[in-house]
Design a binder for this molecule. Structure first.
Ligand SMILES: C[S@@+](CC[C@H](N)C(=O)[O-])C[C@H]1O[C@@H](n2cnc3c(N)ncnc32)[C@H](O)[C@@H]1O
Length: 369
């Protein structure tokens, strides 16, 4: 069953200034950064199992915009190169692009023809034959028949939970996570526990579903936001969402939104530590870990050197991802004012201070036989 946040969740559409397509450089950088891991994982899969004539590859949480097709072309390039090295005929690849039903799949398929044309011009007869199909639905459940998928890929999607954790509602009229929208330093322990349990349940359900869908020898590469520190409240993700909460609370003090609205809003996101993610994989038991690593990425996606953070860049990437959730809860008028406040706060606080980083976790997993 699709539950509330999954119905509402989608990235900002179109190609305008605040769209996801124009503000997905973080995610793009992660796709380039993890390409060697994807190459090794696909080569390993080919080493373990005979080459399939038809290969099924799925991108989970594909969204829309340039990154959707970047993943497709990386996989085609990797499989094409591998087959040339092995002097084998390439398989036909069936791509399934998955996201929640609110995703702008029309946008994806409207761009497909242009993308295909460009690929044909660039690759000519070296282009691996392929077919692209959309699959709306939550990856926290079954999406495909048993044993039909050879490879799953997912970039920057698995930090989204299937729902806001249960137990964050008011207790005897008092909001449990008052003034916060994520785990904060002053959140009571039950908030941390609720987030951790929701993450454990969701990630475990995800792994169980993928295990059934993968064919023997299949694998996946999963890249998602995590955290570096042991306690979730001491991390930069908690700090960033704290700045978002602070801007919402400023809007409460200005009489723009009600306090009650902030007290009843919590993000359906969790940044797991490497240890937590590994322990869910081990306990669930269906996958061997071929690779587990993490890297850091500046909050500012355009900061490729040692420059200081640009608050507007940071706020724009947050807005492209969170605006639909914020509008749904606080009303359509909120995001514009909110994210300008966030941009100002980040610029003011960090102009002369160290940069802040997202921690990104990457796993290459192999289905156990
Ligand atoms: C930040 S975007 C990443 C998009 C793309 N993979 C990229 O690298 O640019 C996260 C995507 O995950 C999708 N998503 C979140 N929860 C999901 C779920 N339970 N099932 C399927 N997709 C989900 C969102 O709708 C969103 O499009």
């Amino acid at each position: 069953m699709v539950i509330k946040e999954e119905r509402v969740l989608h990235m900002v559409g179109g190609g305008g200034e605040t769209s996801y397509a124009a503000n997905s450089r973080h995610q793009e950088k992660a796709i380039y950064r993890t390409k060697p891991i994807l190459e090794t994982a696909i080569a390993e899969m080919y080493r373990r199992t005979p080459l399939p004539e038809r290969m099924v590859v799925v991108d989970l949480g594909c969204s829309w915009g340039p990154n959707t097709f970047l993943v497709v072309s990386e996989v085609l390039g990797i499989v094409g190169d591998l087959c040339r090295r092995l002097e084998q005929k390439p398989p036909e690849i069936q791509f399934f692009l998955n996201d929640l039903p609110g995703n702008d799949f029309n946008n994806v398929f409207r761009s497909l023809e242009r993308y295909e044309k460009k690929m044909e011009e660039e690759k000519g007869d070296q282009l691996v034959p392929h077919y692209v199909v959309g699959v709306p639905g939550s990856f926290y459940g079954r999406l495909f028949p048993c044993n039909t998928v050879h490879f799953f890929h997912s970039n920057f999607s698995l930090m989204w939970l299937s729902q806001v954790p249960q137990g964050l509602e008011s207790e005897q009229g008092v909001p449990v996570n008052k003034g916060n929208i994520y785990i904060a330093e002053n959140s009571p322990p039950q908030v941390v526990k609720a987030y951790q349990e929701q993450h454990r349940r969701d990630f475990s359900t995800f792994l169980k579903s993928r295990y059934v869908e993968l064919s023997i020898g299949g694998g996946m590469v999963l890249t998602f936001l995590g955290r570096r520190n042991k306690h979730p409240a001491n991390d930069e993700l908690s700090y960033l969402y704290g700045l978002l909460a602070e801007a919402l609370n400023t809007m409460v003090s200005q009489g723009i939104i009600s306090e009650d609205k902030v007290d009843t809003f919590n993000l359906p996101i969790y940044g797991a530590s490497m240890q937590e993610a590994k322990s869910v994989i081990e306990e669930e038991g269906s996958f061997d870990v071929e690779k587990a690593e993490s890297f850091e990425s500046s909050w500012d996606p355009f900061d490729d050197s040692d420059n200081v953070l640009n608050g507007k860049n940071v706020a724009s990437t947050l807005q492209a991802v969170m605006e639909p959730l914020i509008s749904h809860h606080f009303g359509d008028a909120t995001p514009h004012a909110l994210f300008s406040l966030v941009a100002d706060n980040i610029t003011a606080r960090h102009l002369l201070k160290d940069k802040c980083y997202y921690t990104v976790l990457v796993f290459a997993l192999r289905r156990k036989a």
